[in-house]
Design a protein around this ligand. Structure first.
Ligand code: HEC
Length: 93
């Protein structure tokens, strides 16, 4: 999991937006990455952080919060949101 990602898999994920199977994500063992996996891989395959720029992630996170609320799922706490945004900022495109 700590190995550098194959650029091709990043590009494939970026193009299709739906990488199937276990896509290695950066800092996979860290608490932030684990939170990301547990919150963002529930309704669709986990999007790779490189898929979007940080600005896009800021927008997307708000949109995903809406999707969670619509489905009666617990939305992100302020702290979770901060952790996820920090993680995405470090690893965004
Ligand atoms: C409650 C289900 C649900 C959860 C949880 C969820 N998503 Fe989504 N996500 C969706 C749906 C539904 C779409 C399809 C586009 C739409 O309806 O907005 C989507 C689409 C996306 C897309 C593609 C959007 C695009 O058009 O480029 C990304 C990226 C994404 N989600 C990221 C995340 C991240 C990051 C999280 C964790 C914070 C997350 N999702 C959690 C339901 C969810």
């Amino acid at each position: 999991m700590k190995k550098a990602l194959a650029l091709t898999s990043i590009m494939a994920a970026a193009v299709t937006g739906c990488a199937t199977g276990p896509t290695p994500i950066p800092d996979a063992g860290s608490p932030a990455a684990r939170l990301y996996v547990s919150k963002c891989g529930l309704c669709h395959p986990l999007p790779h952080p490189k898929r979007n720029s940080y600005r896009e992630w800021q927008h997307l996170l708000a949109l995903m919060q809406q999707r969670m609320a619509e489905r009666g799922m617990p939305v992100l706490t302020g702290e979770e949101k901060e952790t996820l945004l920090g993680y995405l900022q470090r690893h965004a495109r």
